[in-house]
Design a protein around this ligand. Structure first.
Ligand SMILES: [Zn+2]
Length: 190
């Protein structure tokens, strides 16, 4: 799988614009508690692993706060996967690429992406996909989309890439949007 798209500015601008749209949809609905106006109250972020030239596309997680009851509302995101330090495109693409933990695989990540993912981090990611992810409401609602043959291999998120059409860049955009409900705890409920 080619990772060239990660070096294209357009990819990062595009996913930033998806986040802006997702946030706008949330803001237009108003506060779910009292129906009043939501104000922008973004969180500053300094994700690790993103290439310096695109870092400014990842310096804020969009979020809102209700004008009246102060309820905090953080919309789904295709740039940030929960509170992870690595931005979503890197976390998900690397998770899709790596099948097992080995020094060779970690060295390959370092060579291709210029980042050092430690063995501990990688094992944590792997556990998350194999165990925690399987327990999410999101997975329970969406498992029907994945053909049985892919599901039994339990190689996520790679299996999801196979259900989308297009170039690897297009597949990644679909996948990031598809998984975005997981980025804001909405469907992380067990
Ligand atoms: Zn409110």
């Amino acid at each position: 799988m080619s990772h060239n798209f990660l070096w294209r500015a357009n990819f990062h601008f595009f996913i930033n614009s998806i986040d802006q749209d997702l946030a706008k949809q949330i803001q237009e609905k108003g506060c779910p508690e009292c129906g009043n106006k939501l104000h922008q109250a973004n969180y500053p972020r300094s994700p690790i692993g993103m290439f310096p030239q695109f870092r400014d596309q990842y310096d804020e997680r969009l979020s809102f706060c209700c004008d009246t009851c102060r309820k905090r509302l953080t919309p789904p995101s295709v740039r940030f996967f929960g509170r992870r330090w690595y931005p979503a495109p890197l976390f998900i693409f690397i998770s899709a690429l790596m099948r097992g933990v080995s020094e060779y695989a970690l060295a390959k990540i370092k060579r291709h992406f210029g980042i050092s993912v430690s063995e501990t981090t990688w094992k944590r990611w792997q556990r998350w996909w194999r165990e925690s992810f399987m327990e999410t409401l999101f997975w329970k609602q969406n498992k029907g989309l994945v053909p049985q043959a892919l599901e039994t291999k339990r190689s996520f998120p790679r299996a999801f890439l196979d259900i989308f059409q297009g170039t690897i860049e297009e597949k990644m955009c679909f996948l990031l949007k598809f998984l975005s409900p997981l980025s804001c705890r909405v469907l992380q409920v067990f």
